[in-house]
Design a protein around this ligand. Sequence first.
Ligand SMILES: [Zn+2]
Length: 260
Amino acid sequence: MSTKSCTSLLQMSRMGLKLHTSIAPHCSTRALRLTPVTSICLSHISADSPHRRPYSSSIKVRSYLQYLKRKIISPPSPPYSHVCQVGDPVLRSCAAAVDPAAITGCEIQQVISTMVKVMRKLECVGLSAPQIGVPLRIVVLEYPEKMLEESSSASRKVRGLSVQPLRIFVNPQLRVLDGQTVLFQEACESISGYSATVPRYLSVEVSGLNEKGEAVTWQASGWPARILQHEMDHLDGVLYIDRMDSKTFININWQAHNEK
Ligand SMILES: [Zn+2]
């Protein structure tokens, strides 16, 4: 099975579960449950397995409605308007450099505009191309004023938060300016719902090409330096969970789970 087909199956499965949850109160739950379409990820479980209930996240079930939907509408293809989740092979691959001559072409421009659109839709402060399913060396960053206003003055000072305009880097290269590391909690749209403390360099410099193919260099410190290092890691298939202090790894809704 190719990587692409596996990815599609996983995505269909994920969407199927979501559809099942949202539609169940209005539809016949029985009908949905009696006609599941299992992905081929199930194939390694023998029919007489003692584990009747799925216990592994590798087991995915699509609802019948999802199956019908995919019969009519083909699944989305990259650049996605959603963010790929950990487990997707694209997040663990080393992204390829972009041909500088292709930057102003419509394909790369579409990737960049989708990245910006998704970043703003999710209200996150950075995104890499692999996160929307495109294994190319492109990152976008932005720290809007509205977000800064929502933070406390103490947080701004301690974390080194600052408003940052939209910046786009193609084929970026990172240079550490200050080797001192600082620990702060960070999260990732590709590991949705979790967070952990991660050490990052205090100050870095990035060089690369912008969306027009022009050479650009930017020196960042504090929170913008953290965002940059996080996004740059994505280009090499590295996630924050590879660098985190594992004892600080949390489900951000852990408290709400106790209050249900
Ligand atoms: Zn991330």
